[in-house]
Design a protein. Structure first.
Length: 259
């Protein structure tokens, strides 16, 4: 395999700080807008690959900072959500979209089962299998665990402005979501709410219900408005906010520092 091919077909998951001490496990399912050359950008102009339809702008950078500042393990995707969305159940309408927001995705129209399975085997399953194995090991070791997935959202969706600066989405983990919201609301200028601009649904979400709720692990999805992550200072500001807002676990304080 040549170096060019390896670059064109990266690993489905990038793992950071796998042995971090923090009980929080970070996921970033829409970290990358990468597409192998053979897909021809799915028939889209290059400008579309820089939009939200291809990835969650700023989310990967926030995740990397959180991993370092919290000493937390993090799992980041290697491919664009337009090829296959890691936070949608396989076979669901959003898994391999033919329409994203108001944009047709020509390269996804009419694809057969073989290509759907290929994308799942190359991009979807390796990511989630790695996350699942990691979580299973933590559970076997009786390590406390909370899952926080990092996403970003557009300021305007189909012509409708979204006033929130951030949202914390949850299903079972209402206490964790409330604690994070309480921490963010120490800045009175922020408009942050639970379950905005989306809600968690087993039909349309994967990480929170499958990796979190089904295992009994508290799991939330944090959404940050993309215009607030447009530059490095905004990314660092939101990473700092989340570090301060995430409630510390008792087990963290009792663990001795590594030397």
């Amino acid at each position: 395999m040549t170096a060019r091919t390896e670059k064109d077909w990266p690993d489905a998951v990038e793992v950071l700080n796998e042995h971090g001490r923090c009980d929080i496990v970070l996921l970033c399912e829409h970290a990358s807008n990468h597409m192998p050359a053979e897909y021809g950008q799915l028939g889209l102009d290059a400008k579309h690959l820089q939009r939200h339809i291809a990835w969650d702008i700023g989310a990967a950078e926030v995740t990397r900072l959180l991993s370092a500042r919290l000493d937390a393990a993090a799992f980041l995707s290697g491919y664009s959500r337009l090829l296959i969305d890691l936070n949608r159940p396989l076979g669901s309408p959003g898994s391999i979209p033919v329409l994203s927001e108001d944009t047709d995705i020509p390269g996804n129209a009419g694809i057969g089962a073989a290509e759907r399975n290929r994308r799942a085997q190359i991009m979807f399953s390796p990511f989630h299998d790695r996350v699942a194995a990691f979580l299973d090991r933590r559970m076997a070791e009786a390590r406390p665990t909370r899952i926080v997935t990092i996403h970003s959202f557009t300021p305007v969706f189909l012509g409708v402005a979204r006033p929130w600066h951030a949202g914390v989405l949850h299903d079972h983990a209402a206490d964790l979501a409330a604690a994070i919201l309480s921490g963010l609301r120490t800045d009175a200028s922020l408009n942050v709410e639970a379950n905005v601009p989306y809600v968690i649904s087993r039909d349309a979400d994967y990480a929170v219900p499958i990796h979190g709720d089904d295992r009994g692990i508290p799991a939330v999805l944090v959404e940050i408005r993309q215009d607030l992550l447009a530059n490095r200072s905004g990314i660092e500001e939101w990473a700092d906010r989340l570090v301060a807002a995430l409630p510390a676990h008792e087990a963290e304080a009792s663990q001795p520092a590594r030397t």
